[in-house]
Design a protein around this ligand. Structure first.
Ligand SMILES: Nc1ncnc2c1ncn2[C@@H]1O[C@H](COP(=O)(O)OP(=O)(O)OP(=O)(O)O)[C@@H](O)[C@H]1O
Length: 374
């Protein structure tokens, strides 16, 4: 399973030159607004013809301008999910789903439809019209319709952007289930670091029409060069395992052997989780702090210090749990005399690791990354 994309296009005032090769799983196309993510999605879907393009999904060439190949959108075997659900208002949920199924290149058996309806929790909505559904319910139906078209690839372009926080939390677990239970690769566009940390197995980082980094989610999200110091919401992704549930309302995780405490997590002992530690929630201390109320102290070594344009500095700390990013002020970095290679401790309050930022599922590990407890 692989997705290979090479695109080149010149708009007036914007040049797109993107190339990435990614495996199956959820690949997040991540970057600021205007960096070219949606243009890439439209080109892969066949909704836009770039000057030069080569897109190959699992060995099947969807377009190759050099060879004069360009399949129309309906022959690409791609399911799309956009910000707005784009359901047919005059059709029931069941008919909307059937519509997707009709375009499938293969026969989708009833049992598979029933399984998908169950997975998305939309069985009780089948006879209703889209207008009567919440935004989150509509989006679940849109996911179902995309899946039933029997796609080789799902393109999801900011599928949560139009939803409020509560609805986002309602939909995210369904995308997690897609990632973990359905073998169809997903290209997922987002500019939310928290969303990317929760879902992505692979990340392709975009900046001004170019790919600035691609690789495993842990590796890319933990790279301070790809997460400029000014970016609000930058944070590293840490793989961990549920170690214990304590009577005082805290769950203990083990991240590379380092204990981390956070408010009770609804997960069985031994479960693998991924947690995002926001750079702005990390305090750095060269000496191991004593007499602090914060429960989580991770020892490490400063791997890199990246100056931002503003008052902030992004420090990456190599710890036994993996890379932890910390955003501190230039003034603090100077006062502490932070230097590359220096031992340092990351201090994280347990309540700052919000439950929503802890997601189920293992994070695929790339070369050089730390495996929990090993
Ligand atoms: N048809 C077009 N004609 C001219 N410029 C375009 C066209 N389509 C996109 N662009 C430009 O390409 C750039 C990238 O746009 P795109 O929508 O792909 O970015 P994005 O990363 O998806 O942003 P957002 O997160 O805001 O959706 C923008 O500067 C946009 O103005």
């Amino acid at each position: 399973m692989s997705i290979s994309v090479q695109l080149r296009h010149q708009f007036q005032g914007f040049a797109l030159e993107a190339q990435f090769d990614v495996p199956s799983g959820v690949t997040a196309l991540f970057g600021r607004s205007g960096s070219g993510k949606s243009t890439v999605i439209r080109a892969i879907a066949g909704l836009f013809a770039p000057d030069e393009a080569r897109v190959v999904i699992n060995g099947r060439v969807l377009c190759d301008t050099g060879a004069g190949i360009c399949l129309p959108p309906h022959k690409r075997r791609i399911g799309t999910i956009f910000q707005d659900a784009r359901l047919f208002p005059h059709l029931s949920v069941r008919q909307n789903l059937d519509y997707g199924r009709r375009f499938s290149a293969r026969d989708v058996p009833e049992a598979e439809v029933a399984q998908m309806v169950e997975m998305l929790g939309i069985g009780h909505l089948l006879d209703r019209r889209p207008a009567g559904l919440s935004g989150g319910e509509q989006q679940r139906v849109a996911i179902g319709r995309a899946l039933l078209s029997g796609p080789d690839l799902i393109l999801a372009d900011e599928p949560l952007a139009a939803l409020d926080e509560a609805r986002k939390d309602e939909i995210l677990p369904y995308f997690e289930r897609l990632r973990d239970e359905v073998s169809i690769p997903i290209l997922y566009v987002s500019h939310s670091p928290a969303e990317v940390a929760r879902l992505a197995t692979t990340v392709v980082a975009f900046e001004a029409g170019r790919v600035t980094g691609q690789g495993g989610a842990v590796e890319i999200l933990g790279d301070p060069n790809l997460m400029p110091a000014g970016v609000h919401g930058a944070g590293a992704l840490i793989p961990a395992r549920v170690q214990a549930h304590h009577a005082d309302g805290l769950t203990e995780l083990s991240a590379g052997g380092v204990p981390l405490f956070l408010p009770t997590l609804d997960a069985v002992l031994g479960a693998q989780v991924r947690l995002r530690i926001a750079a702005q929630d990390v305090i750095l201390s060269p000496a191991r702090p004593k007499g602090l109320s914060a429960l989580n102290i991770m020892p490490g070594t400063i791997a890199q210090i990246r100056m931002g344009e503003g008052p902030g500095v992004m420090v990456s700390l190599a710890t036994p749990a993996g890379v932890v990013l910390a955003r501190v002020t230039k003034r603090s970095a100077a006062a502490l005399d932070l230097k590359q290679g220096m031992p340092c401790h990351a201090v994280i309050k347990s309540v700052s690791i919000a439950r929503q930022t802890v997601a189920r599922g293992a994070v695929p590990l790339g070369a050089g990354e730390v495996r929990d407890g090993k």
